[in-house]
Design a protein around this ligand. Sequence first.
Ligand code: GUN
Ligand code: ZN
Length: 450
Amino acid sequence: MNGSGRARFALRGRILHAVADPAEAGAAAIEDIADGLLLVENGRIVRLGPAAEIRTRLDAGVHLVDLSSRLLLPGLIDAHVHYPQTGVVAAYGRDLLDWLERHTFPAEAAFGDPERAREGARFFLDELLRNGTTAAAVYCTVHPASVDALCETALGRGMRIVTGKVMMDRGAPPELRDTAEDGYRDSVALIARWHGRGRIAYAVTPRFAVTSSDAQLEAAGRLLREHPGVFLQTHLAEQRREIATVRRLFPWARNYTEVYDRFGLLGPRSLFGHCIHLGETELERLSATASVAVLCPTSNSFLGSGLVDPVALRDPTRPVRLALATDIGGGTSYSMFQTMAELHKIVRLSGRDLAPAELFYMATLGNARALGLEEEIGSLRPGRVADLIVLDPGRRPALARRLAAGAAADTAELLLALAVLGDEQIVEATLIAGRPLYVRPESGVSVLQR
Ligand code: GUN
Ligand code: ZN
């Protein structure tokens, strides 16, 4: 390559990133540098600022890439996504449980074949990169080989991935079930093999209370206690029939959250997908334990799960930490831009208000914070890994028109336009640790060519 394969290079263009939560910092939360310059050295960001200031201080030998009218942003982060479900996006089900049984479980059964899992991992990670997503918290299947396939592929690309083997010892076809003991033992082995290797972190992954016995949830809690630093990911309060099933399966619990709470699964590294239908007591527990509610808006619309309410979740009397995710294959788009747009619409349908800057924050620095990774990803502050995306809004004429009509001049309007009118078409290049792993065919930025 080529410009950005170099140990040292600088990118010049309009640079946008969140440096704080807009709910706390207001307009100062988003840094928008009209003519900015970002210096990358050995895969990390070493300097950022207005080109006029930094350019004169650059050594003569530094390779400078002019992005002209393009935008430079931190890579987007997807906080909940199922890599074995790329083939069931847009599959019809009457509701979540019907969709799982009819389409999703059969698709996941195929990942018992390691070659199928490797092919699935390659497609999935390619798709993330094409959409400008550089980091993700990912569900595998019940098969340990599905974790190996994803981690090997991600390791080869240097991507930041949080992932784990699904634990599921009931309520699923026999070929997709483990047992409390096997699920525990396989998870221990996978943690030893993958946690902390490259940029991979392990997440203990009991699918949800519907498909795990008390004994398996207890084993999940034991895994967390015995392996400090690993994550937990699961689903919580997505649909009414799911909640009724949990009530029947765990008659001792006063609510859904208490099922996970009883087994020690709540905490600052615990990611709970959906969190739509929760009572006050549950919200208080999530807040008190600094657990994360991961919002999956396109999935919620597609599966008819309900209107998640980030404003209520964040109520200052008991704020719940939030993250944002596609939830492919319940979700309908790999694009975190489209995911931001869907959350905007859902918030509007609830009669609530969420600033455009907040959407962008959630997909970048907010998700990095939710994963405890803000020192590494989520913003363009010096010291962060150079996981970057280059956007060309001109690829979407409707977006280009909105920008020309005034949105380009206002950061908040620009961010909303990118979310609503942007998608993978505007992603020109995606860099992982300074290396361009995706470059749009026929990209005009020659220096990004591989
Ligand atoms: N709840 C349990 N498993 C799943 C899944 O695969 N997708 C969604 N959307 N919800 C779930
Ligand atoms: Zn999910």
